[in-house]
Structure formats: C-alpha cells, structure tokens
Design a protein around this ligand. Structure first.
Ligand SMILES: Cc1ncc(COP(=O)(O)O)c(C=O)c1O
Length: 462
C-alpha cells in the first residue's frame, strides 16, 4: 500500500499538541496553549498562514527568518519537484557532486573578493561551529570573543558564544577560552584583542535577541582592530543576511569585509535545512591542509542535493524578483508608517533595526495614569507588556509576531521579504488599535488574562 500523507493529516487532525506533549516535550505546548497560540495550520502562501478553521494569519515571524521568499514560493517548490523527479544520485560521499559546486560558486559571487570558499552545513549553529574551528585552525590561537546579548545557536560551541544566561544555565562548562565583550564597545574589544591570542571575534551585524544595533562607526573600526591584532572577524549573517536589511549581506551597509561569513535560514527557501560558512581560500586551506585532512571537518548531509537545489532556486528567485531591493523599499515603508505611532503612543518608545529586521521598543509612559498601569503589568512579570502586544495582535488581528528576547520589552518583526504595502498597512493599523486599547483602560489587560485562563483550561483538558 502507498503511503497516504493527506489521509494521515486528515485522520490525525487536531492531535498535534497532545502528541508533542507526550513524545517531544510538554513545555512548548504549555507555553503556546497558555498564550492561546495553539492552532492546526493547514497551509501557507506568501506572507500568510491558514489554520484548520480557515483563518488567515499575517506571518511576521517567517519561521525565525526562514521564509524570506514567503511560503510556497513557486520557484523553490518547482525546483524541488524537479529535483525529486530527477532523483539525482545523492550523498555518494566518495564523490564531488555538481550542485554543491554551483551553489558555492553563486554564494562566493555574492560576497566580497576575499571570500573564495564555502563549507555547507545543516543548520545555522553548525555554520557557527565551523567558523569557530576554522578560525582556531587558521590563526593557531584558541580564544574566541563574542558580544553580550549574542545568539549564535544552541549546540555546545555556539552556546559558548551565547549572551543570554538563560540558555547556558544547567549545561555545565562550555568551551574554554571564550570571552564576552559589550556589543558596540570598541575599547572593550581593543583591550581583549591587544592580548594577541584571539582567533576570532564572532558577531551578528544586528543582534537577533533584542534587535540591537551598534553605531555605524563601530563596524569599520572593529574591522580595523581585528586586522591590527590578526584576529579574524566573523560576521554571523544567519538572521540579518540574505536581503533582510536591504543589502544581500547586512555588513555591506558599512563597507566592511569580514574574514568569515555564516549564513543559513533563508537559504533553505523554507524547505530544506541548509547553512554555509564562507571564507578565504587561505582559511579553508589551513583546515583542509593535506589529503589526510580532506574530511577533517565534514558532515554526512551537508551537501545533500535537495538542500543545494533549495539554495540555488532561492538565489534564482532573489535575482529574478529583485528581493533585496524590495526588502529595502518595504523596510522604508514600515519605518515611515511606524514613526507616527511612536509620536502617538507613549508606550512605544522607538523603532530600531534595519530594513525588514524591526524591533518595536516599549517602555514606561510619561503620563501618571499610564505609568501606574505599566508598573502594575511589569510587577507581575518583567517584560510582560510586550506579551500584552503580541497576544492581541494574534487573537484580534491574526498577526504572528514574537517577543525579541526573554525579559525585554521589544517585539520583533521579521516579515517575509516579499511583503509589501498591504502588509505594512495592515500591521500598522493593528498595532495602533492594540496600543490605543492599552491606553484606554484595563480592557486589554483583562482580554489577555482571559485568553491565558482559557489556554490554561484547555491545557488541563489535554
Ligand atoms: C544569528 C544567528 N546565528 C545562529 C543561529 C542558529 O541557527 P540554527 O537555529 O539554524 O542552529 C541563529 C538562529 O536563530 C541566529 O539567529
């Protein structure tokens, strides 16, 4: 008998949260049920998701930035169908297949001239692990620097570079020789680099956790310091890269030329996990320095054909549809439309980020009555206010957003790069509505409380 996917999805519909609780972990279902985010999504198209009840959701999370091209992008979908139909010989291992070479060539062409080689990975964290190993080998040094609030993934090496204690807690000693510097602080960076034992400074161009930005002047100066002390500059472009900020690589905004670049997320086209670590031939050759060391760094699935096809089709769609420039233009539309809300709503202090990596920063209002409301919310739980925005955006308006980091009143938007004026207008009107409610009395507070109470009841039923 054939495997019947449609039949399976139909016959098991609605069991998703129960199965996760029982067989994966009960904690994520708990969180989602409490917020009333438990849905059975049946399809996605462009910037939207649809649930089993037929409700449409504007997806401003994009699978953490994976859906740059939106969902069900026809070019990527068709390319993957072609690849499955062609049933290319895959993972021969004692072979050099064509498509990894073609994708590597295309990625190198997107980067500055010092970037000449690519190592493919299965995830973002693995691309970062690769960067750590390559930098240590190429420099013969052991130390790695990272920035506070950084997020580079959750495997043990990448976790060692994590700026959030909450992620590290309970996992014992991580990599030795790894030290933190404040993000955007040149003097702190200089102090560490001066010791001349740092292999790499690994940093996100815009930090995902909090959408933190450094001053424009920071970047060329940090690059210069790294050069001076022979430390490799590694730009983690896994989230901010691939057009998200209106340039193919975010670091292009500052005209800098990192020694190593990590990418992942959007390169998958939203279908097949893929990551890449880009570097010079010199760095790559230091790792793969002899025939004995031909596979000294490798991973079984890293050049798998479907991932390569997804990557190539994604880059093709980026060029065909002028995605990077569209992202820049839509980013400008967001900035323009959100600015009046900062003026109008005391709770909204600022909008930061670049292009379509947007942080809405909330903080205590100036008027006395609103300040009391703010304090009441924040005393219950630090940074609860941002949930008072995210939850009604979802329930009232069908918009998916996320709190940018634990304990931070910043809501992050990572819209698909194909989003346009319609999505900007819809979101800005919805945010205006939610913030107006937050100012008008305790109604919003009770609304969110009711949602959570219902969620808790559903949880108990399960
Ligand atoms: C900047 C950055 N680096 C690395 C990672 C880790 O990627 P992955 O979750 O694919 O391991 C992420 C994921 O969010 C990220 O945003």
């Amino acid at each position: 008998m054939t495997f019947d996917l449609a039949g399976l999805l139909e016959s098991r519909r609605g069991e998703n949260f129960r199965l996760h609780s029982q067989y994966l972990s009960p904690q994520l279902p708990r969180v989602l049920e409490t917020l009333g985010f438990d849905r059975f999504y049946t399809r996605g198209a462009g910037s939207y998701l649809y649930d089993a009840g037929g409700r449409r959701y504007l997806d401003l999370l994009s699978g953490f930035g994976v859906y740059a091209l939106g969902r069900s992008h026809p070019t990527v979908l068709d390319a993957l169908h072609q690849a499955l139909d062609a049933d290319l010989p895959n993972l021969v291992q004692l072979d050099c297949a064509l498509l990894p070479g073609v994708l590597a060539e295309a990625l190198v062409a997107k980067a500055h001239p010092g970037i000449e080689r690519v190592f493919f990975t299965n995830s973002g964290a693995e691309a970062v692990e690769t960067a750590i190993k390559f930098a240590r080998r190429a420099t013969g040094r052991g130390r790695i620097l990272y920035a506070d609030h950084a997020f580079h993934g959750l495997t043990t090496g990448a976790l060692s570079l994590n700026g959030g204690k909450e992620f590290r807690k309970g996992f014992g000693k991580l990599l030795p020789g790894v030290d933190v510097v404040p993000f955007g602080d040149l003097e702190a960076l200089r102090r560490e680099l001066r010791k001349r034992d740092v292999a790499a400074f690994i940093v996100e161009p815009i930090q995902g956790k909090g959408v933190n930005v450094a001053a424009d002047e920071y970047w060329p100066a940090a690059e210069e310091l790294c050069r001076q002390y022979k430390t490799l500059l590694v730009l983690d472009e896994i989230q901010a890269g691939m057009g998200r900020t209106g340039r193919f690589f975010c670091h292009e905004h500052w005209g800098i030329q990192p020694d190593i670049i990590t990418m992942s997320k959007a390169l998958s086209g939203g279908y097949v996990p893929v990551g890449a670590t880009l570097c010079s031939a010199k760095i790559s050759d230091s790792v793969f320095s002899s025939m004995d060391r031909a596979v000294v760094h490798s991973s079984t699935f890293s050049t798998n054909q479907l991932a390569m096809v997804a990557g190539l089709a994604t880059l093709h769609a980026f060029d065909e549809e002028d995605i990077v420039d569209r992202a820049r233009r839509t980013g400008d539309l967001f900035a323009k439309a959100l600015a009046p809300l900062v003026e109008r709503h005391e709770f909204l202090h600022a909008v930061r980020g670049k292009g379509l990596m947007i942080g809405l920063v909330f903080g205590p209002p100036t008027s006395r009555a609103l300040r009391m409301r703010w304090r009441a919310v924040e005393t219950m739980r630090r940074a609860l206010f941002s949930q008072l925005v995210v939850v009604p955006l979802f329930h009232r308006h069908g918009i998916i957003t996320q709190v940018a980091a634990d304990g931070m009143n910043v809501v992050k938007l990572l819209p698909p790069l194909i989003a346009g004026e319609e999505e900007v207008d819809y979101f800005v009107a919805a945010l205006d509505d939610v913030l107006t409610s937050a100012e008008q009395g305790s109604g919003l507070f009770f609304e969110v409380g009711r949602t959570m109470a219902r969620g808790a009841m559903r949880r108990t039923r399960h």
